[in-house]
Design a binder for this molecule. Structure first.
Ligand code: MSP
Length: 537
């Protein structure tokens, strides 16, 4: 931690503890990890947070169903599934929050007290519709509207005692109980004004429009407590009530910074967050309810919510594209993909071949295709050919940086501006284009090998300087590409650095490292095994 570095605070959703992490949750976590690594490489003081969402009725039920003594024991038993997968996938989170930790509970209780003191919560009788699986409340109007739409689309009318959930189409329950309410309705105009003044708050644009029309449709006060079960954070001023899971969960973003503890220095320094990365299913919670809660508590709002779509798969029988989900039985386990591709190529495939704002189809055949084209044939092939030739022609070493290294050359030209383009793409979560920027310099170097035919130069002693210039240029591209690929493929980049005898930890910011001329050369190079052995069908 350094005071003069710019703080960059990035979060993922905290995942429900009832299900093991899957390709979808891993997708979101890797996306945030790539951003965290990119920002660290740029010299920022990054805090990257992920964690587990452990409260709520469903968790208590699952604990009982699975024969655990307490919900806490159930949550504890699930923790390794997350910790292990994040370790496997090289997730570089700086903290892991669990909503049952004392630091979180203290922060939620402080937050509730602040809302009470500022007059934004009140107790009333709740009578309305509740989706138990989604743990979401719906108004009469929302439910009626959904039913009208279904019937108009030719579907059979639902049982009036149990109309269907507007989000997931599962039967709703009528709930009548005393509850604490949050005055969400008071924030309708304030939120609209905020979105207007901060056009980049919700990205991408389509999601922003979705939120705007939702808020313009009117906001109702939100029930934020439950008194029919006790697996949650007790209201400090009304112990019969526990906090509604979503209010509890959202507050993790500040409790992880020490909000509500004896020392709020980190909170003061790092809040507001630079970005919350979330899936489109939880957009209202992050773009409407969370901002309103923060406004009510008198706290600043995060700078950005980046909303990604769902991973989808093609149903082989019907040919239809479906969301990947457990209930459809079409999930692919992250471990299966790791087995086929290896971790770094796994990360590369999901981050570079998927457009992050929209739903994205994935398939085994596409994974193989991207792996073979971009990694085996292009990046891996370049590293192996270049290191091979360097070792062969320069006595096991890289040629020393030639005196004329700064002369115009096709590769120097290919690398000019690559950092700027890449950094702009990466900063806006456009990883597809960020990866394409790197791929372009790698392709240029592969082409340059063909054009300059080092094997022919090597035969002519008079061309020794030219040979050194050509090989040094190619190795210089490899050095730069390894730095730019590192947020996607940290292990492979570390291996390339090692084979080039470069320091294990890069010295300098990414921008500095991308300047032409960084490779001193003259040190041993190691050919090594193929970085990405070709996949055969
Ligand atoms: N616990 C809440 C979040 C609280 S945050 C204050 C929750 N948890 S969850 O386990 O259901 O995780 C939801 C997130 O998982 C989604 O927003 C998304 O990021 C990710 N995904 C789940 N399924 C997915 C796909 N099929 N595809 C891509 N991401 C998916 O909601």
């Amino acid at each position: 931690m350094s005071e003069d570095k710019l703080s960059y605070y990035i979060t993922t959703p905290i995942y429900y503890v009832n299900a093991k992490p899957h390709l979808g949750t891993a997708y979101c976590t890797v996306m945030a990890d790539v951003q965290a690594r990119f920002r660290r490489a740029c010299g920022m003081d990054v805090k990257f947070l992920t964690g587990m969402d452990e409260h709520g009725e469903k968790v208590a039920e699952a604990a009982e169903k699975n024969g655990f003594d307490s919900p806490q024991a159930w949550c504890d038993s699930m923790e390794p599934a997350f910790a292990d997968l994040w370790k496997t996938l090289e997730i570089s989170n700086d903290d892991f929050i669990r909503t049952t930790q004392p630091r979180h509970i203290a922060g939620v209780q402080k937050f509730l007290k602040v809302l009470l003191d500022r007059g934004y919560i009140y107790k009333d009788a709740y009578d309305g519709w509740y989706c138990r699986p989604d743990e979401t409340y719906f108004t009469e109007t929302q439910v009626r509207h959904h039913e009208e739409e279904r019937v108009a689309a030719g579907e059979a009318p639902a049982d009036p005692e149990h109309p269907l959930c507007p989000d997931c189409d599962r039967p709703l329950e009528r709930i009548k109980e005393e509850s604490w309410f949050f005055k969400l309705s008071a924030f309708e105009q304030t939120l609209l004004d905020f979105y207007e003044a901060h056009p980049d708050f919700i990205q991408p644009e389509t999601r922003r429009n979705e939120v705007l029309s939702f808020v313009k449709g009117g906001l109702k006060d939100l029930s934020i407590s439950r008194s029919t079960f006790d697996w949650g954070v007790p209201f400090p001023f009304d112990e019969k009530h526990v906090a509604y899971v979503w209010v509890d969960a959202l507050i993790n973003y500040i409790t992880a910074l020490g909000y509500g503890s004896d020392d709020e220095a980190e909170f003061d320094r790092r809040w507001p967050a630079q970005v919350h990365v979330v899936g489109k299913d939880i957009i209202r919670f992050h773009c409407v309810i969370w901002p309103a809660l923060l406004m009510a508590a008198g706290l600043p709002l995060p700078e950005k919510v980046f909303v990604h779509g769902f991973l989808t798969v093609r149903n082989e029988e019907t040919g239809k594209i479906e969301k990947m989900s457990k209930s459809r039985g079409n999930v692919i386990a992250p471990e299966e993909v790791v087995e086929l591709l290896g971790v770094d190529a796994y990360r590369y495939y999901f981050m570079s071949d998927v457009v992050h704002g929209t739903d994205a189809p994935i398939s085994w055949s596409r994974m193989r295709q991207v792996y073979n084209a971009d990694l085996a044939n292009s990046w891996g092939n370049l590293v192996s050919r270049a290191l091979n030739m360097s070792a062969k022609y320069f006595d096991g070493c890289a040629p020393a940086r030639p005196a004329n290294y700064d002369d115009e050359s096709p590769l120097k030209e290919a690398c000019a501006g690559v950092y700027d383009a890449y950094a702009a793409h990466m900063a806006s979560f456009d990883y597809q284009d960020g990866a394409a920027d790197v791929h372009a310099i790698v392709a240029a170097a592969n082409l340059d090998i063909e054009n300059s035919a080092p094997w022919a130069l090597a035969k002519d002693p008079e061309k020794a300087d030219e040979l050194a210039f050509v090989i040094w240029n190619i190795l210089e591209v490899i050095r730069i590409a390894a730095e730019l690929y590192a947020p996607f493929m940290p292990e492979i980049s570390a291996e390339v650095r090692r084979r080039l005898s470069l320091p294990a930890e890069p010295e300098g910011t990414l921008e500095e490292l991308c300047r032409w001329g960084g490779l001193a050369g003259g040190s041993p190079v190691e050919k090594g095994q193929a970085l990405f052995p070709r996949l055969v069908d």
